[in-house]
Ligand binder design. Sequence first.
Ligand SMILES: *Cc1c(COP(=O)(O)O)cnc(C)c1O
Length: 301
Amino acid sequence: MHPPTPDVLITPLGEHHGVRLLLARDELTHPELPGNKWRKLKHNLQEADRQGLNTLLTFGGAYSNHLAAVAAAGRLTGRRTVGFVRGEELAGRPLNPTLVRARADGMTLHFLDRETYRRKHEPAVLAALLHETGPAYVLPEGGTNSLALPGCAELARELLTRTDFDVLAVACGTGGTLAGLLSGLNGQRQALGVAALKGADFLRADINQLTQQATGRTYTNWELRTDYHGGGYAKLGPELRQFIVDFRQRHGILLDPIYTGKLLRGLFDLAAKGHFRRGSTVLAVHTGGLQAWAGVGGAPG
Ligand SMILES: *Cc1c(COP(=O)(O)O)cnc(C)c1O
């Protein structure tokens, strides 16, 4: 029923300023459901089954990795999917590659005006949407809820058994993935998040709230860097683009433009600044997101 999750490949990226960098290739774990969005969905799908709901309803921007993952999961696991997309004006236009793919995966797309989209999780607004779609299991935008954490915790536990590391590093959007990794680490090692959004200091409280809800505790073995957003959420400036091009040439690995490019760029910079103890090992997670290249004119190099 559920796609298998094979072992995560770990690729050494060499030494940088006395720090060993490794990359956990979770973008390769499933050809069609790469990376953290599948990890976050897994236990939600089990809960949807438990509730007897065969329709998944969710939300996203027009280039959302989460929307793409829900559509693919629906096709692969035989579920109906409904996606509410931000931006009424998109309804009359040709669909972008993310949405073409989502529709081909069987997702029914609805376009919401921005005001309604902002209020989507208000009970009355959500009830009206559910009235339109029929009974459905609702996944929040970005896929982060309490049940998103255990799938990411499994990844952390797998990494602990597979390899030695001192710091586990991941890119953050909502912080759900980092929260899940923290619960899997259960206080062992250090964790480091790099925020993709500008002004993401609020995420620290969100992450604590998520781990509190899911596991009944908060953790102190982590930090969040909010200074590597590169100008904002979906901003791909020339320096970040060049970093991604160089990284691909050097390591043969494509990073995504929104999350993992910023993560690796941040880690190289932190290593150069002596942020990590010499001789320590930093394990970064490649969380996928490569479909987003379609939204910025294709992958470089
Ligand atoms: C969504 C996403 C993230 C961020 O995950 P959160 O759980 O929202 O913090 C990181 N990397 C990629 C590739 C993503 O698609």
